[in-house]
Design a protein around this ligand. Structure first.
Ligand SMILES: C[S@@+](CC[C@H](N)C(=O)[O-])C[C@H]1O[C@@H](n2cnc3c(N)ncnc32)[C@H](O)[C@@H]1O
Length: 286
């Protein structure tokens, strides 16, 4: 299977495990809701009558809306112009910082996309004031052919598939409109690991026990309505155990599929060699 890769090297991105996830998803889907879309690696590859990409990181979703509304050639030209204007390179920190200041003034989506090409680990991170604050990726991050190819494939799918962009808090999403034949994929921040978006200090909601329980409640509601769902998570990590999740799985008799992979190219999950392994799972109600 050939999968489309997000042009954003998104923290917690699921591209590397797509070959394990997709065979576990339902074969025919009416609406595919990617509730915590992030880099959209999962939703963009879905085959369904309708695909909804949802994430509460509004500035991220604005990039997708922008890409969807413009021609690919125009986007590539805009990117080249921005790179020229700010003289972006592997070493020009001042140019990067100038672009970052300008983006934070009016939040033009394409500027954020270009920032992500040159930012440290390509990370997209905001502070409490909703200012993008990832530092420069000196000698490491830049726009190149690989990113351009990914962007091309990604934009093609954004236009050719029936994709809807949504910017809601997961618990404000009206799931009562979903029914049998629809499918919800959830890849939330993980309670027992730390990503930049779940420390509650980024101006967005953060992720703690309250959010975890609310999400499980939402999945219960989907289950009662006959909607299929799949939840990505880790149950064990660095000696920590997600008891809330394990108890819920037991009480509902959901199915746990173990994911066999470490994130070799990501700082999100380190490799643990001393028995302190991360157990990554996909939990389904079907
Ligand atoms: C693990 S990432 C998803 C990665 C994605 N599956 C991929 O492959 O690129 C989790 C996402 O959840 C989003 N998120 C966090 N809290 C949220 C909330 N309360 N409502 C909606 N989205 C939220 C974050 O902005 C982040 O993009």
């Amino acid at each position: 299977m050939d999968f489309i890769k997000s042009p954003l090297n998104y923290t917690g991105g699921k591209f590397a495990i797509l070959p394990q996830l997709f065979p576990l998803f339902p074969k025919t889907i009416n609406t595919f809701l990617d509730m915590f879309a992030g880099g959209a690696n999962v939703g963009i590859n879905a085959n369904a009558n309708e695909i909804v990409l949802n994430d509460n990181l509004v500035f991220l979703m604005d990039i997708y809306s922008d890409l969807q509304s413009k021609e690919a050639d125009g986007i590539f030209e805009e990117i080249e112009e921005i790179i020229k204007k700010y003289k972006l390179s592997l070493t020009n920190r001042d140019g990067y910082n100038k672009l970052r200041n300008d983006y934070n003034k009016d939040k033009t989506p394409i500027l954020l996309l270009v920032l992500s090409f040159y930012s440290f680990n390509h990370q997209i991170r905001f502070n409490n004031q909703h200012e993008f604050n990832t530092p420069f990726g000196l000698n490491r991050s830049r726009y190149n052919k690989r990113i351009k190819d990914n962007l091309k494939g990604f934009m093609g799918a954004l236009k050719n598939k029936n994709i809807i962009i949504s910017k809601k808090e997961f618990n404000k999403y009206d799931v009562s409109v979903l029914g049998e034949g629809d499918f919800v994929y959830c890849d939330p921040p993980y309670l027992i690991t730390t990503g930049t978006y779940n420390d509650g200090k980024r101006g967005f909601t953060g992720w703690g026990e309250k959010q975890e329980r609310n999400l499980l409640q939402l999945l219960n509601e989907l289950n009662s309505n006959g909607v299929k769902f799949a939840l990505s998570n880790v149950t064990h990590h660095k000696g920590m155990i997600n008891d809330i999740l394990l108890e819920w799985i037991d009480s509902k008799n959901h199915i746990v599929h173990e994911i066999k992979k470490d994130y070799t190219n990501s700082s999100y999950h380190a490799k643990y060699r001393n028995g302190n392994e991360t157990k990554e799972v996909l939990i389904t109600n079907y």
